[in-house]
Design a protein around this ligand. Sequence first.
Ligand code: PGA
Length: 240
Amino acid sequence: MRWHVVESYEEMSRKAAAFFIEALQENPRLVLGLATGSTPVGTYQELIRAFREGKISFQQAFAVNLDEYAGLPPDHPQSYAYFMESELFAHVDMPSHHRHIPKGLAPDLDEECRRYEEVIADLGGVDVQLLGIGVNGHIGFNEPGTPFDARTHVVELTSSTRQANARFFDSLEEVPTHAITMGLGTIREARHILLLASGPSKREAIQALRKGEPDPQWPATCLWLHDHVDVMVDREAYGE
Ligand code: PGA
């Protein structure tokens, strides 16, 4: 695990985007593993800028997202499909049939999880997976206690995660109770992983990761079992 401690959210975003830009320049057919939340927004803005400047194209690239709320349609402003559209896809040239995100409205969610695993396998796996980290150390919606070999599955969200995400909804009651997420085993199959963290609220989770030991109570620590992980954190998240 390589650690990059940077001064600010902006620097973290530029560094993460630079990684993707180089990877896309080397391999235009890159399979990007993408994430939602406030953490990757700056990275997406940098990628949009690079696209506008003609440095990269997403025409031949593919995207698979980590997770989606159960029960929200893709045009719901808090769905992750909507987030990806407004924060990235509407501004770049990736064909819509190259973008994948679990379907939160699928009639059979377990079947949807199986289908999603097949989508990833058919693409030949994820080349570079972008990750944020929850205050409880979750990645995707893999909450504490998730087995490190879990595949894409339906999760019941913890109250900590629902409270952390309530800021995007009118009330806590409106935050969905379930979601579909790539499992920790699925995530760990990405060839390269980029984990980003910014701000003091992430310090405890980053402290747990810094201990260097896989601990199921802190899901992100499963990344110690992976050989190609870059962690980009600002000082506030890194601590002393
Ligand atoms: P955030 O969420 O980027 O909005 O902080 C990260 C996460 O919960 O994985």
